[in-house]
Design a protein around this ligand. Sequence first.
Ligand code: URA
Length: 226
Amino acid sequence: MAAVTEAPARAHELDAFAAAVAGCTRCRLAQGRTQVVFGAGNADADLLFVGEAPGFHEDRLGVPFVGQAGKLLERLLAGIGLTRDDVYIANVLMCRPPGNRDPQPDEIAACEGYLFRKLALIQPRVVATLGNFATKLLSGRPQGITRVHGREQEATLAGRRVLLYPLYHPAAALYTPAMLQVLESDFARLPELLGREAQPVAPAPVAAPVAPAAAPPAAAVQLDLF
Ligand code: URA
């Protein structure tokens, strides 16, 4: 059976990992960022959210989801009795794309090893992907969020079985009441999913291997992102 890292050790390892990657220059986004936005929250969380990339406010503060989309995320969490401190929040990219443009495939490839390492350290049971980029990266499938939101999938991420739960990105729901309603009802299923037992590790992992912090990017999985 795989060794389970205890909570204080996980937090310590995450901090050490964050310090090790704070000066990352694996992709062009290093040139325009204020700082790497590593991720934030509970190192022992059962629920991990993966957004897209830091925006203006996140880049300034070094914390994910601190702008309007973050406020909505906090409201949605409160609706199911959780706070940011109960979960972990990360992004596909750790650095802000200029003008908040879409992440590029080579930027995603450069950063994905970091995300998989976080997944390996935190060991969440449910991974909720926010929007298209996180959903396509972690499902390894091209289906967009409109088709797959609210439908949990079994997945093997960083060598562990998890429930992958695609959700609309809160930024997309901010000004679209119909989408917000869907997001709220998808969110309402999270407690049920968190109550589920994790499945045993599958014999053949399908996702990217964990990359060590200082190593070159993990070999890109064929993701057919776009
Ligand atoms: N949108 C994201 O996807 N991530 C953030 O951290 C902020 C906004």
